[in-house]
Design a binder for this molecule. Structure first.
Ligand code: DQA
Length: 142
């Protein structure tokens, strides 16, 4: 069975509550069963942390064994060289996801430290972006 790790970074534990006009009204916990139901032959694990080092620890833990990581690093996307270094160190592909279209928003969200190290980037499609990222990893593998 293929294994995919979804990782959400800071403030994404507040999905559904946080700025619903931008991030939607659904929590990630309510979306996860939908995603798992769509891919019954995949092991889809989920982890969220507000702490940069914990995101790195999780990626190092799974990144040599899993088939791919779907990463929404939240605001660390725009600040973290440490996350970029981590992604470059792993064996498995990482897909960068953003719920909102960051390019339509403030200029400081237009730059990502992570994109150059990732297999691909998906933004602006809401929670469906996580599904697209999984499809990207599976298709890349095939
Ligand atoms: C986000 C976009 C980031 O700029 C922001 O800091 C987030 C969420 C998104 O999913 O659209 O926390 O990654």
């Amino acid at each position: 069975m293929k294994k995919i790790q979804i990782i959400n970074g800071p403030n994404l534990n507040l999905l559904g509550i946080r700025e619903p006009g931008i991030y939607g009204k659904n929590s990630f916990e309510s979306y996860l069963p939908v995603l798992r139901g769509k891919y019954p032959d995949l092991q889809i694990d989920y982890y969220q942390s507000n702490i940069e080092g914990e995101l790195i620890d999780k990626m190092q833990e799974v990144g040599f064994d899993y088939d791919g990581i779907v990463l929404n690093a939240g605001a660390y996307t725009h600040t973290s060289i440490a996350l970029q270094d981590c992604i470059r160190s792993l064996k498995c592909p990482v897909v960068e996801v953003h719920i909102s279209n960051v390019h339509k928003r403030e200029e400081f969200r237009h730059h990502s430290y992570l994109s150059p190290a990732c297999l691909g980037v998906i933004c602006g499609f809401g929670l469906f972006g996580y599904d697209m990222a999984i499809q990207g990893i599976l298709n890349h593998d095939a």
